[in-house]
Design a protein around this ligand. Structure first.
Ligand SMILES: *Cc1c(COP(=O)(O)O)cnc(C)c1O
Length: 383
């Protein structure tokens, strides 16, 4: 017989805390969302239409971009934008090895080769230092990822890209609204992509995403590729796909966008509070680079004995996650690219040592104290 699963005790010092609490967020916007969804049900207009256009305009304006093209997911945003930029067989695309799979998966799906580069040991973002040696005459695109809520060092990357005439795609799936020297994520490169996956800071009620750009011609091409490459309808200029955003997701995203800055502010306050709670312990808290304002999509601490800590927190009902346990150059599906252990030491160390802990806006002080208390307790016991 399997051992019974222990239920965590609910004492003030032992409060169960999920990694993310979307129900708490929904409770604050329920009426507004339901009214919007009702209106869409009455209209029976589910694909395209005014809701989608309004969402595109609002998100693009928020991101300081001229054009927003709604997409069926953050993955499809990457894929469709790369299709519109003509990425294909024989091309190389530089991506950080420490990111969500989609960034590189889309490159391979188009027949191009992802070239993996290491990341900074403090911010976990890649930079010009790691990208420069990977550039060849086949490099057709550089994709810096703004990981965990803060922007990569874009000025160095943009200078390098400009000198080699290579476009830059910002994967901002985790960083909508983040700024670097006052510039918004998605507005610095040639093009930027967003995800509205429910666990992102701006989450839809299903899969959704967007491409943002200031390049009018590229925006037009992306819009055409989003709809099977047809222009006009049934006359196919290119081979695209169905990457459309639907009205229900667009409505939810537009309602939540109005709250996003307040939510990001709360996350930043929680990050500040954690810094105080962890001061003097062996827990390394996230480093936010000079010039960056993070939206803290994740708050990743760095610890020795990470896997044991995760178990310790699991047993106390505290939600955590490992983003990401295996860097992309070591993934089985990319073995044919020849990556091996030791190629990207900073990413490999991060994969062993970092752990995301609850940072969501509705987290209470008591919950936060419980999370930090359990982590500090574990840290002390190990010394
Ligand atoms: C979430 C995410 C994506 C993919 O977004 P989906 O909407 O889940 O397809 C791409 N890149 C990064 C860095 C992400 O975190």
């Amino acid at each position: 017989m399997a051992a019974p699963i222990a239920t965590p005790k609910m004492t003030p010092s032992n409060v169960a805390v999920p990694l993310l609490d979307l129900k708490a967020q929904y409770a604050t916007i329920r009426e507004e969302v339901r009214a919007a969804l009702d209106a869409i049900c009455e209209s029976q207009r589910f694909i395209g239409g005014p809701e989608v256009v309004a969402c595109e305009e609002a998100v693009a304006a928020y991101s300081d971009c001229a054009y927003g093209i709604g997409m069926s997911s953050g993955t499809d945003a990457l894929l469709c934008a790369m299709m519109a930029m003509g990425i294909g067989p024989g091309d190389e695309v530089i991506v950080p090895t420490f990111t969500f799979f989609a960034t590189a998966g889309c490159v391979s799906r188009l027949g191009a080769r992802p070239v993996f580069v290491d990341v900074d040991p403090d911010t976990f973002n890649t930079s010009a230092k790691y990208i420069a040696p990977a550039i060849t005459n086949k490099t057709k695109l550089i994709i810096p990822v703004h990981l965990f809520g803060q922007c990569a060092e874009m000025e160095g990357i943009l200078d390098l890209a400009k000198s080699r005439e290579i476009p830059v795609m910002e994967d901002a799936a985790q960083s909508i609204g983040a700024t670097r020297h006052g510039r918004k994520a998605c507005s610095m490169g040639t093009v930027g992509t967003l995800s509205f996956f429910p666990s992102k800071n701006l989450g839809a009620f299903g899969d959704a995403g967007m491409v943002c750009t200031n390049d009018a011609a590229l925006a037009d091409r992306i819009r055409i590729f989003r709809d099977h490459g047809a222009q006009p309808k049934y006359y196919h200029k290119w081979i695209g796909g169905n990457f459309r955003l639907d009205a229900i997701q667009a409505a939810v995203v537009r309602i939540k966008l109005k709250h996003l800055d307040a939510w990001s502010q709360k996350r930043a306050e929680n990050a500040c509070r954690y810094a105080g709670l962890f001061a003097g312990s062996g827990v390394k808290t996230p480093v936010i680079a000079d010039g960056n304002v993070s939206i803290f999509n994740q708050y990743c601490i760095r610890v020795r004995r990470r896997d044991e800590l995760k178990k310790h927190l699991d047993a106390r009902g505290i939600g955590t996650e490992v983003y990401y346990p295996v860097p992309l150059h070591l993934q089985e599906c990319f073995a044919h690219l020849g990556g091996k252990a030791g190629d990207c030491p900073n990413a490999e160390a991060a994969a062993r040592e970092i752990l995301a802990i609850p940072i969501y806006p509705e987290l209470t002080e008591a919950q936060q104290a419980a999370v930090a208390g359990a982590i500090v307790e574990f840290d002390r016991a190990g010394r």
